[in-house]
Design a protein around this ligand. Structure first.
Ligand SMILES: C[S@@+](CC[C@H](N)C(=O)[O-])C[C@H]1O[C@@H](n2cnc3c(N)ncnc32)[C@H](O)[C@@H]1O
Length: 238
């Protein structure tokens, strides 16, 4: 498993005692030997533009792999970084984005970023309507934008893995969270807190459609070498 995002941030993980493990903390959590411009807090935008909005720490990756099933649709994939990780673990992922990053400014969330896999140019509603037989990976739907709720509404499949901030944060809309929290529609069956960018509050939540039996979790793939959630880099010597 190659996971360069994690390799680049792993040495900067600190415990802020309030939210747990974070990257990019300020004050006593910052490496005081370097100028503030070089701190991870300042560099966060660079990392999310190049890779993804949620840090791909091994425990979070394991959690996503445990719950996403074999076939996944990632309809707001950005650079497709997480799709690439899942593909490396043998999962079949369809990735699309309304504006696949291509090294320039065409995608505001990923300025300068490039795709790690083929990311089809498509509206998320169109993509999820086409692939109801896949788990929906709903990762950082844009804040205050109807596309999050439109995507949940258009998805007729049985499982959603939501990754991003909660209803007090910078993702989706109130109506999107109301839909996910509507116990007549969806049941939250599992949750996990990733290692955070300091000041952000990422969460992973697994929703199962009401009335359909939960899927069997995937057995862990012991060949991947990331199963212990350790803070070790994924490649030697980076
Ligand atoms: C905050 S970024 C998250 C990207 C990626 N999921 C991640 O977590 O790194 C939001 C993404 O949603 C995409 N997006 C916005 N509106 C969309 C739409 N109507 N259909 C598909 N993607 C859309 C943007 O282009 C952007 O790449």
């Amino acid at each position: 498993m190659t996971n360069p995002y994690w390799d680049e941030v792993v040495d900067h993980v600190t415990d802020d005692r309030l939210y747990g493990l974070v990257v990019g903390g300020l004050g006593p959590l910052r490496d005081q030997t370097r100028p503030i411009e070089e701190s991870m807090c300042y560099r966060r935008r660079e990392f999310v533009a190049k890779f993804a909005w949620t840090i791909s720490d091994p425990a979070t990756l394991d959690f996503v792999l445990e719950h996403c099933g074999q076939r996944v649709v990632d309809p707001m994939a950005g650079t497709g970084y997480w799709a690439w990780l899942l593909t490396q673990a043998g999962r079949d992922v369809v990735a699309s984005d309304v504006s696949p990053p291509a090294g320039g400014t065409q995608n505001n969330w990923h300025v300068g970023g490039k795709c790690f896999v083929d990311v089809e140019a498509a509206d998320a509603v169109h993509t999820v309507a086409k692939y109801p037989d896949r788990t929906l990976l709903l990762m950082w739907p844009p804040y205050s934008d109807l596309i999050g709720e439109r995507t949940v509404r258009a998805y007729s499949g049985d499982r959603i893995l939501y990754v991003g901030e909660d209803d007090d944060g910078c993702c989706g809309t109130e109506a999107m969270f109301k839909m996910l929290d509507n116990e007549k529609l969806w049941t939250r069956v599992a949750g996990h807190r990733p290692i955070q960018w300091s000041g952000l509050h990422d969460d992973v939540a697994v929703y199962q459609r009401v009335g359909l039996a939960p899927r069997r979790a995937n057995p862990p793939d012991l060949t991947r070498g990331i199963g212990n959630g350790s803070l070790l880099p994924t490649t030697g010597g980076r």
